[in-house]
Design a protein around this ligand. Structure first.
Ligand code: ZN
Length: 307
């Protein structure tokens, strides 16, 4: 009797590999799709060699099942596939990481498609697909934590140009009450990250924002700086929604306070229901899963036959 075989691998054997590489930790996952995660792990971001060893160690068990990888990397990182240094980190203050790559070791070990975006652009893609940026024309995902970064998606497609947006390093006007502290960014001092990131907050007030009393001036100062940044994004990008995530953003009432300061700095400009609405600046729908979900979406895209 003749038995016909199909050579298509059954769905349960198809897995996508995802890496969300941040400055302090790397989240890794394998999933059948962006919303069907099979296994995850967290690896401390140590030296490049140790971190990449940890990443490859996690995927080894799934080696034969993985079709493609999505990498959501901290930046600045070369995204241009035609560049000789595609996938490599560029001039990062993170010790030992300049020139390192999360992409190349995967290609060397697996020889399967790899798609790369910044961690924040991947989070923006995920929020656009499944979360708070759904329906936005120009949506922005901002993370405020150990560092500050932002991804911009226009109709779901991340903005790239010379490199990628580096929203954390835009210049901010320092408030009169915020004295006796030099901004923590080694490149710019008083940029957004230098003034409003977790380490910048710790350095001048000795603790995290959520541990400071509600009436502490730190709350007003940080909301003001993030409000300035959002006003700039509303003016330059014509943003119609800004999602703010990351450790610092979890302080109660912060999103509303930022929106108030943004409207103050806009000074009546762009006034209308979009800017006035409490849904202009919101928390992520996918909470801390936005980045890894985005990395899985990138892996699915990498596996498309027509790319
Ligand atoms: Zn900076």
């Amino acid at each position: 009797m003749f038995i016909s075989h199909t050579f298509k691998r059954p769905d349960e054997d198809r897995l996508y590999g995802a890496i969300e590489a941040g400055g302090t930790k790397v989240n890794v996952a394998v999933g059948r799709s962006a919303t069907d995660i099979v296994a995850t792990d967290r690896i401390e971001t140590g030296t490049p060699t140790a971190t990449i060893e940890g990443i490859l160690g996690f995927f080894e068990e799934y080696r034969v099942k993985i079709l493609s990888f999505g990498v959501a990397s901290f930046g600045p990182v070369r995204l241009d596939r035609t560049a000789s240094d595609w996938g490599r980190l560029i001039a990062t203050p993170k010790l030992g990481w300049t020139g390192a790559s999360f992409v190349q070791p995967l290609i060397d070990a697996y020889a399967i498609p790899v798609e790369l975006e910044t961690d924040v652009s991947a989070a923006a893609i995920a929020e656009y697909q499944f979360g708070a940026l759904r329906g936005s024309r120009c949506g922005i995902y901002l993370t405020v934590g150990t560092g500050i970064g932002g991804g911009i998606v226009i109709d779901g497609v991340p903005v790239r140009g010379n490199l990628h947006p580096e929203i954390g390093h835009i210049r901010i006007s320092r408030g009169a009450a915020d004295t006796g502290f030099s901004g923590s960014c080694p490149y710019h001092g008083d940029c957004l990250e230098g003034l409003a990131s977790g380490p910048a907050i710790e350095r001048r007030w000795g603790t995290s924002l959520d541990r400071l009393p509600e009436d502490h001036q730190a709350h007003r100062i940080i909301a003001d700086y993030l409000g300035q940044a959002c006003a700039t994004l509303a003016l330059t990008m014509s943003a119609d929604r800004i999602v703010i995530g990351g450790g610092v953003s979890k302080v109660a009432g912060l999103h509303r306070a930022i929106a108030n300061r943004m409207r103050y700095w806009l000074g009546g400009y762009l006034d209308g229901p979009t800017i006035r609405n409490d849904t202009f600046i919101v928390a992520p729908d996918l909470s801390d899963r936005a980045g890894i979900t985005g990395a899985l979406l990138l892996a699915q895209r990498a596996d498309l036959p027509d790319r």
